[in-house]
Design a protein around this ligand. Structure first.
Ligand code: BDR
Ligand code: CA
Length: 311
């Protein structure tokens, strides 16, 4: 199995990504979870990650809290999408599993130094603050990474938090720029693909029909999560952004994209956090990311339902 660290800001879709990873031990070896401030502040994202692991029956998974604010800006959150707790929908509880003592940034650094070079993949599902902070503190880990597979950015779908920017990149554009310029192999799952992975009514009911704790928890989260996109955009369901990252690691054949150049806007107030993706190759800037553009949505939901059913 592929060794990964999930860096996350749960978030209902983040929680489903964690569940998908835990339901896929043959393909995914989850070394630990680091949390970041994003959808909601850090005290909530770390708590939500621990709740999610407990729902999966995996209180042994270590959850480390990382940065509580972007590198150079005040935090922007998304309670309007995820609710006050970040995980609105199911009945939440106080997790019994304690938060790991070590800071998330140091966990990333120590893990990359301890594991064989080229064997660990980072999976950021929130703002890239922890990753950039780790690179600043320990530049030696950059060459030790296998790959970064992240949810973030947009091209044809443009923005969700502003007309020009996707939330994860917008919240910490300096961090995103440092990560993308680091030279690490990067795969990006932007809104272009996640907006095709819609949790429609029948797909949510398939999770509920598992009739397990995980199945009900997931359906209850998505009942809440979908209302935002359905009410605001008339969409058929909420986009399951973050699970696309884990599904890509398990079944890359479900996805397609292009190796292109992507740059991050960090200056313009109007287009801050925009991922300027050279999809058509109109510049001679070298490719620095695999930018995924399409997904077999039915295949993705079949995989997700089957794997959640294993928990
Ligand atoms: C991203 O922002 C968050 O609201 C979601 O969890 C996802 O990671 C989508 O733009
Ligand atoms: Ca997220």
């Amino acid at each position: 199995p592929r060794k990964i660290i999930i860096d996350t800001d749960p978030g209902q879709d983040d929680a489903v990504a964690i569940l998908l990873a835990l339901g896929s031990p043959e393909e995914i070896d989850l070394l630990g979870i680091t949390t970041v401030a994003g959808n909601v502040p850090l005290p909530l994202t770390q708590k939500n990650a621990r709740i999610t692991c407990e729902v999966a029956g995996r209180p042994d998974v270590k959850v480390h809290a990382g940065c509580d604010a972007p590198l150079e800006r005040p935090l922007v959150t998304a309670e309007h999408v995820h609710g006050r707790t970040g995980l609105d929908g199911p009945e939440l509880f106080e997790p019994k599993t304690p938060l790991a003592v070590q800071n998330g940034v140091d966990f990333i650094i120590d893990t990359l130094r301890a594991e064989a070079p080229g064997t660990v993949t980072l999976c950021p599902l929130g703002p890239l603050t922890n990753i950039a902070a780790a690179f600043r503190k320990a530049p030696d880990i950059i060459d030790r990474l296998q790959e970064i597979v992240l949810m973030g950015g947009a091209y044809f779908e443009v923005g969700n938090i502003t007309p020009a920017a996707e939330f994860n990149i917008y919240v910490d554009p300096e961090a995103a720029q440092e990560v993308i310029r680091s030279g690490v192999a990067i795969t990006m799952l932007p809104l272009d693909v996640t907006h095709k992975a819609l949790a429609t009514r029948p797909r949510i009911e398939a999770f509920r029909a598992l009739d397990t704790r995980v199945g009900h928890f997931t359906a209850d989260m998505l009942d809440f999560f979908e209302r935002f996109d359905v009410e605001k955009y008339g969409s058929e369901g909420g986009p399951l952004h973050d699970p696309c990252v884990i599904a890509y690691l398990i079944r890359p054949d479900l996805f397609s994209g292009r190796q292109i150049n992507v740059e991050i806007e960090t200056i313009s107030a109007l287009t801050l956090g925009m991922t300027v993706a050279d999809w058509w190759g109109v510049t001679d800037r070298p490719a620095n990311a695999m930018f995924i553009g399409d997904v077999d949505a039915d295949g993705f939901f079949a995989l997700l339902t089957e794997r959640l059913g294993r928990l």
